[in-house]
Design a protein around this ligand. Structure first.
Ligand code: NAD
Ligand code: UDP
Length: 315
């Protein structure tokens, strides 16, 4: 049985990856310090003999006994309010954490995939974003703690590949959504749905003309799985190119939830990217991957999930 270590395994994306690798017949070791994650995301796996959970901060030395075939490094705060609250831990997990996991991969002869982000493009001057664009990041702005940690992560990952011959994969993930996001993580989708469910107005930052392109989690997981098993070591964008303004997105959530509330406008946070859309030509070519789930379909599933969570919290 192949053994895979998933860091950030109790988080939104990490827990979906645990499910996928269990389904594919792997022995899964989830590692997490629970700083933004939740054990409820993986508690259904605890009874399985091929699942283990390690409560550990990966910015400290990482030890895993036995053979390891794959490492997926997904540990990191990911939403702007999370990484603004814990900036130093964010820098450490992207830098020291990645270094520790690359060292582990080297020692075990394992292949490692690291979770990078569209944020490496910053507030992009090229649209849509292609992998060969170097980005427009403010290193000392509030988002710098996340963006620069991820840029360092990519650099050290390539260095381990080039100088130590470690098998590495780098995925640049664009905004992804789905069940198991935290209702209070501050990202636009949980914020809007949470506000609609509580009967509050939806807070649109700026004039809402900034764009994002939202990918449903199952599509992302499929892209990660294919990239891990591919032989491609340079960064690959995975995301859904269907682009929408935040104002239009708010209107879609109002329609979906049937709320009587309206959009209200709040100041745009500093360095908030004005536009974002993945160019997925490379993923299509080398992985035969493209997203399958429409926003309409994905939002319905996610809304049902949040409704259930809110009604359980009320009990
Ligand atoms: P999340 O906050 O739900 O999950 C992150 C997990 O990492 C949490 O369970 C948290 O407790 C854990 N963690 C954080 N620091 C840790 C540490 N030092 N040691 C051990 N565990 C630690 O966020 P997510 O949306 O699931 O994001 C997962 C990964 O994907 C992150 O690396 C993020 O940068 C990347 N990513 C996500 C998106 C997205 O749209 N969700 C987009 C781009 C990149
Ligand atoms: N946003 C918003 N209202 C909110 C939360 C976010 O208008 O309550 C905006 C935010 O300013 C950004 C977009 O929605 O332009 C996406 O924000 P999110 O935090 O989800 O992700 P990111 O900025 O990292 O793409």
């Amino acid at each position: 049985m192949k053994r895979v270590l998933i860091t950030g395994g109790a988080g939104f994306l990490g827990s979906h990856l645990c499910d996928r690798f269990i389904k594919e017949g792997y022995h899964v070791i989830a590692m997490d310090n629970l700083i933004t994650g939740d054990l409820r995301n993986i508690e259904h796996l605890f009874k399985l003999p091929n699942f283990e959970f390690y409560h550990h901060d990966v910015s400290k030395f990482v030890h895993v006994p036995g053979q390891l075939d794959y490492i997926l490094h997904f540990a990191s705060p990911a939403s702007p309010i999370d990484y603004l609250k814990i900036p130093i831990q964010t820098l450490k997990v992207g830098s020291l954490g990645t270094h520790n996991l690359l060292g582990l991969a080297r020692a075990k002869g394992a292949r490692i995939l690291v979770a990078s982000t569209s944020e490496v493009y910053g507030d992009p001057l090229v649209h849509p974003q292609k992998e060969d664009y170097w980005g427009n990041v403010n290193p000392v702005g509030p988002r710098g703690v996340y963006d620069e940690a991820k840029r360092f992560q990519e650099a050290i990952t390539m260095a381990y590949h080039t100088y130590h011959g470690v098998e590495t994969r780098i995925i640049r993930i664009f905004n992804t959504y789905g069940p198991r996001m935290r209702l209070d993580d501050g990202r636009v989708l949980p914020a809007f749905i949470g506000q609609a469910l509580r009967g509050e107005d939806l807070t649109c930052f700026g004039d809402g003309s900034q764009t994002r392109s939202f990918c449903y989690v199952d599509d992302l997981v499929e892209g990660i799985y294919r990239l891990l098993l591919s032989d491609y070591a340079s960064p690959v964008n995975i995301g859904n190119p269907s682009e929408i303004t935040i104002k239009q997105f708010g209107e879609e959530i109002i329609k979906l939830t049937g709320t009587q509330q309206k959009l209200i406008y709040k100041p745009l946070p500093q360095d908030d990217p004005k536009q974002r859309q993945p160019d997925i030509t490379l993923a299509k070519k080398i992985l035969g991957w493209e997203p399958k789930v429409s926003r309409e379909e994905g939002l319905k599933i996610t809304y049902e999930y949040f409704k259930k969570i809110v009604s359980q919290e009320k009990k």
